[in-house]
Design a protein around this ligand. Sequence first.
Ligand code: SF4
Length: 518
Amino acid sequence: MTCNISDLLRPQLDGPGANLLDAHEVRAAWKKHLAGGLEAPRHLYLHIPFCRQRCSYCCYYSVPSGGGPAVEEYLASLHRAMRFFAPVFAKTPFQTLYIGGGTPSLLTPDQMTRLLEAVYTLYRFEDGGQRTVECNPLSVTKEKLAVLEKSEINRISMGVQSLNRTPLASENRGYQDAGSVGRAVRLVREAGDFRLNLDLLLGMKTDDGKSFLRTFDAIMRLEPDEVTVYTITPMNDYLEKFYSGDPALFRAHLRDRFKEVPLAVRDQARARIHLTQSAPSLDDHAWHFSGGARQSRFNYDDFSPEPASVLGLGPSSRSRAAGVLAYTENIRLPALFDPKKKVYRARRLTLRDEMVKFLVVRICNDIEGVASRFAETFGVEIEAAFPAEVEALREDGLLTGSGARLAFRPRSADERGRCAAGFAAPRGLTLVFPSGRCHLRVEPLRYGRRYLAQTGDLGLLASEEGSLGPRPLARRRLLAALFLKAANVRPAAGARDVADEYARLLEEVAPTLGAQAR
Ligand code: SF4
């Protein structure tokens, strides 16, 4: 089992129970959140969906743009959306601002000025929080940086990905080279007191560990304040292009070509810049290195270690009103903001969803002090909120102690994944046969598991561990059929309901299989 946060949380956000809302319904959810939802820092995210050209690996929504009327139309639409939601936040400041994309640095100085003036007219921000704009090395200029500096933007995040032209060219990003990155970094340093983050990408098809480490070393010499290393999240068209559509081939590429990277970057970076993840692994979504003073950071919904709310505006942006609603804005250009259109793909959230997210993100990122922080945040201890899950992990030796001393004890990425899945997915059921035992569980879909059956739309699979006894094929078919029946009986229910239904069906059938259900 791997420890991939997005795999574990995906059913929480996109699985059963999701529906389409319009902007009025979304605004009502924000009112509810502000009136009494979980207290959590709030972040404002604006999406600028234009890029010079499309990089093959990119999983964010953008369209190629050379400027022109489409950008002006989009900015006018974004302004309408900002005006629509602003009254709800009249008394509530945001902690951070993040303008991402796409490529925000494609905006002209005049467009950037107008956008930021609108933001500060309509929304309020706490002092000291991050205000970030994403920039591309080729489109960042002295004039644009002067606008950002004047508008109190205090952080620039620049997508570098690699300094090796071969992988960049094979990923349709051949326009960039080490010289343009060096020039852009100098411009940022000369323009003002920005914190500078450089993004790198791990896993490109024609890249390998040695080349990646050369890039990493050269990047460290540029003395950024932060470095974020992302692992490619392969979308279907990317898998089709390079891996015959097979995610297992991509995972094998990552494991075979980059296996030395996690420990090497940890050691290489340690002397100069702090790594926020003590045990980086190829299964992680991202590693973050940062130095200097800590600021309150923008946290993008699914992956934030603390509960956080994000108001995202723009196509494909993801939002979360903590404890109330998670949604994505499901529109594509040239469609523009229309408050009557049901384009927000949403899922209602409960306090329990926030607790699960808190635990999954902290366990997957190997963050210490989970139990005490959980109690401070939610006013209840982990054992009281999740008694059955805690007991199961204790039996498996993955958890020790109790109360404030409760501690997770995973010894590997695999065990971290099992700990996290213990909260994100329902418990399994063991069928004990005279010949052995088979552990069956319903869990979020992930790569490379031996499984009985899966449901594409629910994002769940039933997997087996251990022996199914005599005639395993026939038994496997029967158990798979029961799982699919459970998923059909409860098509609109959550993973836990499907698991309960599956357990009920298995208990009925266990005696005829000569097994006992436990
Ligand atoms: S420039 Fe960035 S946002 Fe645009 S396609 Fe490339 S990776 Fe995606």
